[in-house]
Design a protein around this ligand. Structure first.
Ligand SMILES: Nc1ncnc2c1ncn2[C@@H]1O[C@H](COP(=O)(O)OP(=O)(O)OP(=O)(O)O)[C@@H](O)[C@H]1O
Ligand SMILES: [Mg+2]
Length: 401
């Protein structure tokens, strides 16, 4: 009986085949799904979820949200969701509480009215609008009713700006040749060009983190080779790496030490902490920070250095709108100053905005490499991706009436 309950919960989150797996061998997203399964198995009348989809790929996110929607309808489950990314939740939300920077509730009511009423002030308060509403504002579609879904926005015929991407000479910097790792990666060939901004995308458990660890030299291939121009001993001075789990990054007992660890001077450390909104916490133990602060600190420890290549494993998860934009600006600045960036992300809006190249993984293989525009033309569902909103809306515009 118990076993059946567990199996059903694992099935619900899509982890049925991993039942016998060691937890340490699960990918970041798989661990998160497991945590959700544990709660679902208890069949509570109410669930409080604190950023439940932060590490899930876009298709897993959608599946998870619609699972909750079904449970809400069928079992009259009450849900209390703490979230930065509203888009997936729009249709099922009855009520929204908006908290400002001072921790006070400045709005309590239906979502649409809340967004309408506070549109101008939200970013300042650290509250992210749904991407659709954000895009609506950019396209000048502001009169009520405020669009919340793609269909609603489409009906208002928005005029969206296209993307312009500068193509640079592609000089290879890192190269994986016929690389395999345990049974996880199979015969991978991939090149990272000097000065590029590469997004690595794909389903949970497809091998993104493993590929980046191999390229960065943190683990060694079981077969094949990884080539890079840095000497073996020198490698770690040239290559920076932000781990998926921020706590894996921390080596010291205070925020200040963490950022100054690699030898940055006082002024640099001070400035970086200010940029990352951590100046008030310099003496705090890194483990006592909030999840979002931990994430920013772990990125800051790497941004303060001057590496040739910087790997970032989901650097923006758990960040509010303003922080995400801020972090991305800092990363983009690094990129512009010549650092080669390799960023794992489930956020296709970021891929569309910042990446010059995209690598899509699927079941331990590299299934796509190219510029983001080409990726949006692929069968993205097969990679558990969603096209960015801009592409979704443009695509709909071509449908003959
Ligand atoms: N040490 C290990 N030994 C065996 N298998 C592992 C090990 N670490 C990870 N795996 C497996 O390798 C696969 C790929 O893991 P990886 O962490 O690279 O995925 P990912 O694409 O980064 O996923 P996510 O989006 O969830 O972070 C997963 O199925 C995982 O269970
Ligand atoms: Mg990962």
């Amino acid at each position: 009986m118990m076993e059946e309950k567990f199996d059903a919960a694992l099935q619900d989150v899509g982890l049925r085949e991993k039942k016998k797996e060691m937890i340490t061998a699960l990918s970041g997203g798989e661990k998160q799904k497991l945590a959700l399964a544990c709660i679902l198995a208890m069949k509570p009348p109410m669930i409080i979820l604190d950023e439940p989809t932060a590490n899930l790929d876009p298709v897993a996110t959608e599946a998870f949200v619609s699972l909750l929607e079904t449970l809400k309808e069928e079992r009259h489950l009450s849900l209390f969701i703490i979230e930065h990314d509203l888009d997936p939740w729009v249709s099922m939300t009855d009520r929204v509480l908006m908290l400002g920077r001072d921790g006070r509730i400045f709005y309590d009511g239906p979502l649409r009215e809340g967004l309408q009423e506070h549109a101008g002030n939200l970013k300042h308060q650290g509250v992210a609008m749904p991407m659709v509403s954000e895009l609506a504002l950019q396209a000048g579609v502001a009169e009520p009713p405020f669009p919340l879904t793609i269909d609603e926005l489409r009906r208002r015929n928005p005029v969206l700006e296209g993307k312009q991407r500068v193509r640079k000479d592609e000089i290879p910097l890192l190269r994986a040749e016929n690389v395999s790792w345990k049974s996880v990666l199979k015969d991978v060939n991939v090149t990272i060009s000097n000065g590029s901004f590469t997004a690595v995308v794909g389903p949970n458990g497809s091998g993104k983190t493993t590929l980046c660890r191999l390229l960065a030299g943190i683990i060694s291939p079981s077969a094949g080779k990884v080539e890079h121009p840095f000497g073996k001993k020198e490698q770690f001075r040239h290559v920076g790496y932000v781990f998926q789990n921020p706590e894996h990054q921390f080596l010291t007992d205070s925020v200040w030490e963490e950022v100054s660890y690699s030898g940055a001077n006082r002024k640099q450390v001070q400035q970086m902490l200010e940029w990352c909104g951590l100046s008030k916490h310099v003496h705090m133990h890194p483990f006592r920070l909030s999840q979002g602060q931990k994430r920013r600190l772990s990125v800051a420890t790497m941004l303060v250095n001057d590496q040739d290549v910087l790997f970032l494993d989901e650097p923006t998860f758990g960040q509010d709108a303003a922080s995400t934009e801020h972090l991305m600006n800092l990363i983009e600045e690094k990129h512009r100053s010549g650092t080669t960036i390799v960023m794992i992300t489930h956020d296709m809006e970021l891929v569309d905005t910042y990446a010059t190249r995209a690598i899509a993984m699927k079941e331990g293989e590299v299934a796509f490499t190219g510029v983001p525009e080409e990726l949006w033309e692929e069968d993205v569902e097969a990679f558990h991706l969603k096209r960015p909103l801009r592409a979704q809306i443009e695509e709909a515009a071509y449908v003959p009436q």
